[in-house]
Design a protein around this ligand. Structure first.
Ligand code: FAD
Length: 423
């Protein structure tokens, strides 16, 4: 039985100190609100999700943390490469070639360090950060506000928390969404990811040294993300059914052995630490906001990691969600139109990536992607989405529609050569 500790009272309680929670806490603390972040782990801690998008950069600037990120020595990412598993076909996207993107580079980050920079920055900006302090219970009342229980680092003391607003940034733990039974899975995206850090991986060199390499196998795909010259993050994503009767490690290493594009890169690779496995990570909560509650980042929704959009969406959601909460606090209103607008925007961003993600798993989209031609600047529009441009630009929007039409035509009529390695 845990002891009762002193009560904590604040304007906003944030569950989780990942990129979404840190972003929201920074925004609110800088506006003078009393914000407390409760994080169950002690940072730095391992986390997957290491390839960022160019449009992350203006967010770092807004938060006042750009200098720290730039000086942290993270690998600079100039683009993305897609290869087939047999090594017969490939294509490259350079962010600077996209006429619809303003930011030519991004970073590949080791999350233990990156997340610590963001969380420490939130504290420097005035947020109170509690680490090794899991939230164990929570109730939100439209009239009386938020009451929570957290477990202090000793694990023997429970502390009551009261707040005017709750921001749930608990990641795929989906603290409030699961308890309210809001989670909806995506039947087409029932996947398993098996991943780890490796030394000795053969990665591109020169200007391509920071590229993310995506290898598309018949029924799976692999990411190779360079974190430093010595360390590469490698992960494979399969349909969850592939796990039947095999261990995750066997599934991982047999896919590597069977695909020349991976075998050659991983010939001298050795795992650093251990392989990790996560299943069923794609879902959307039916509601993202409700009275006195805003969900941000993965605690709102998470889709497949293929386009490296997770951290970016978590941070833009963190910023917009926090601004909506600030407005609600100032007007002393439990549910505002700004919160509703945030929810709409959040779901529409998810929809943009979902359209790309679901098509990615068809051979047709890969065949179109691997034959980029100067066709009304369609590849540049795809490039803009890969970079994280989500402002609803018409120039990007209609070209994306055209891209999807080409994918449909490829499916129905085979307008481009089929790639046997994908079928
Ligand atoms: C296999 C895989 C690969 C990915 N690759 C990429 C990629 O290359 N690029 C990319 O941008 N994204 C990627 N992502 C997605 C990315 O990891 C997430 O989108 C991102 O971390 C979301 O940030 P967040 O702050 O919402 O959640 P998180 O970063 O998960 O942070 C949530 C925090 O909440 C804490 N927490 C949870 N429950 C509690 C509780 N009860 N009390 C207190 N604290 C709690 C957790 O400890 C955690 O620190 C990947 C995801 C997966 C599954």
């Amino acid at each position: 039985m845990a002891n009762q500790g002193d009560a904590i009272s604040c304007d906003v309680a944030v569950i989780g100190g990942g990129p979404a929670g840190s972003t929201a806490a920074t925004i609110l603390a800088r506006q003078g609100f009393n914000v407390h972040v409760f994080e169950k782990e002690r940072f730095p801690r391992f986390h997957i999700g290491e390839s960022l998008l160019p449009y992350n950069k203006p967010l770092f600037e807004d938060l006042g943390v750009l200098d720290q990120i730039e000086n942290a020595g993270f690998m600079v990412k100039h683009g993305a490469q897609f290869h087939t598993g047999d090594g017969s076909r490939s294509t490259k996207f350079r962010f600077r070639d996209g006429s619809f993107t303003d930011h030519p580079t991004a970073y590949q980050v080791e999350r233990s360090r990156f997340d610590t920079i963001l969380l420490d920055h939130a504290a420097t900006c005035g947020a109170t950060v509690w680490q090794e302090t899991p939230v164990t219970q929570c109730a939100v009342d439209a009239k009386n506000g938020v009451t929570m229980t957290v477990l202090a680092p000793s694990g023997t003391e429970e502390r009551p928390v009261s707040a005017r607003f709750l921001i749930d940034a608990s990641g795929v733990a989906n603290f409030s969404g699961n308890r309210a039974k809001l989670r909806e899975d995506h039947p087409h995206l029932r996947k398993v990811a098996i991943y780890g850090h490796f030394g000795g991986v053969q990665m591109p060199s020169g200007e391509e040294a920071g590229d993310i390499v995506i290898v598309r196998l018949k029924d799976a795909w692999c990411w190779l993300i360079p974190l430093s010259e010595q360390k590469t993050s490698v992960g494979l994503v399969f349909d969850k059914t592939a796990l039947k009767g095999v261990t995750p490690a066997d599934l991982f290493y047999s896919a590597v052995a069977q695909n020349p594009a991976l075998q050659q890169r991983m010939a001298a690779a050795e795992v650093i630490g251990k392989l990790h496995t996560i299943t069923d990570f794609s879902y959307t909560n039916r509601a993202v906001v409700s009275e006195r509650l805003v969900r941000i980042g993965d605690a709102a929704a998470f889709l497949d990691p293929i386009f490296s959009s997770g951290v970016y969406l978590a941070m833009i959601g963190g910023k917009a969600g926090a601004e909506a909460v600030a407005d609600a606090l100032r007007t002393n209103t439990a549910l505002t139109s700004k919160m509703r607008r945030y929810e709409k925007r959040c779901l529409s961003n998810m929809h943009t990536y979902r359209q790309m993600i679901e098509r990615f798993y068809t051979p047709d989209m890969m065949e179109v992607l691997m034959s980029p031609r100067e066709f009304f600047k369609v590849p540049e529009a795809v490039n803009a989405i890969l970079a994280g441009r989500l402002d609803g630009s018409w120039a990007v929007h209609w070209r994306l529609r055209l891209f999807y039409l080409l994918v449909r035509l490829q499916k129905a009529r085979g307008i481009l050569p089929r790639i046997p390695a994908l079928r």
